[in-house]
Design a protein around this ligand. Structure first.
Ligand SMILES: Nc1ncnc2c1ncn2[C@@H]1O[C@H](COP(=O)(O)OP(=O)(O)O)[C@@H](O)[C@H]1O
Ligand SMILES: Cc1cn([C@H]2C[C@H](O)[C@@H](COP(=O)(O)O)O2)c(=O)[nH]c1=O
Length: 180
């Protein structure tokens, strides 16, 4: 399959501005389809950044049939586009969209709260034309933070949440959560 469209990724920990960049990139395009994973029901059918920016999006549990009509597709929370929350292989679906000529932009966490890479994001990183690595500010000391910590263990690797459950942390202040 010859790939024609570009794949751009915004990666980093939580609170780093991935959604803000993704929304800004989408707003620069005229003909764009924004997708939100069905797993993430926070904020309704919008991509929302903590900086206040937002963009209408379509919930998807499978690649939308009408996606061919768009020249640019953006999707957020790349780590959530996996079984059983997504039907199909998002990496293959993105490759097929690019082969049809669409540019695709994805935001997502490169690693989970254990600092283990999300496999689906690693696969996308391998195929990306451009990767923008963002950092947040450590919630403890304010230094650049490349990691997300979970403040208490719940036993779930995929679990939506905000600052009640997750914090951005630098190397010095990252740690695994205490066992319940
Ligand atoms: N610890 C933090 N580090 C950096 N920005 C933060 C932090 N906590 C809150 N913010 C706010 O979050 C915004 C980025 O949010 P968002 O785009 O939702 O990030 P992401 O999608 O990477 O989680 C920043 O512009 C800032 O206003
Ligand atoms: C670290 C980590 C995060 N999540 C969840 C928590 C949030 O709902 C999203 C990330 O949102 P953001 O736009 O990057 O702030 O992912 C998770 O399910 N598992 C994790 O390990």
């Amino acid at each position: 399959m010859t790939v024609r469209g570009r794949l751009v990724l915004y990666v980093g920990p939580m609170f780093a501005g991935k959604s803000a960049h993704l929304i800004a990139a989408a707003k620069r395009q005229a003909d764009v389809l924004a997708l939100k994973p069905g797993f993430d029901t926070r904020d309704g059918s919008e991509l929302v950044s903590r900086d206040g920016s937002h963009l209408a999006a379509v919930f998807a549990n499978a690649w939308p049939e009408d996606a061919d009509r768009y020249s640019h597709i953006v999707l957020d929370e790349g780590q959530f586009w996996v079984a059983p929350h997504y039907r199909g292989d998002i990496v293959e679906d993105i490759r097929a969209a690019r082969a049809r000529g669409a540019d695709v932009t994805v935001g997502g966490l490169d690693t989970d709260y254990r600092r283990v890479p999300f496999d689906v994001m690693t696969r996308l990183l391998d195929e990306a034309d451009e990767v923008i690595v963002l950092t947040a500010r450590c919630h403890v000391c304010g230094a650049p933070a490349a990691w997300t910590a979970k403040t208490h263990e719940t036993g779930h690797l995929l679990e939506t949440g905000d600052q009640e459950l997750y914090e951005a942390r630098c190397d010095a202040h990252w740690s695994l959560p205490d066992r319940p």
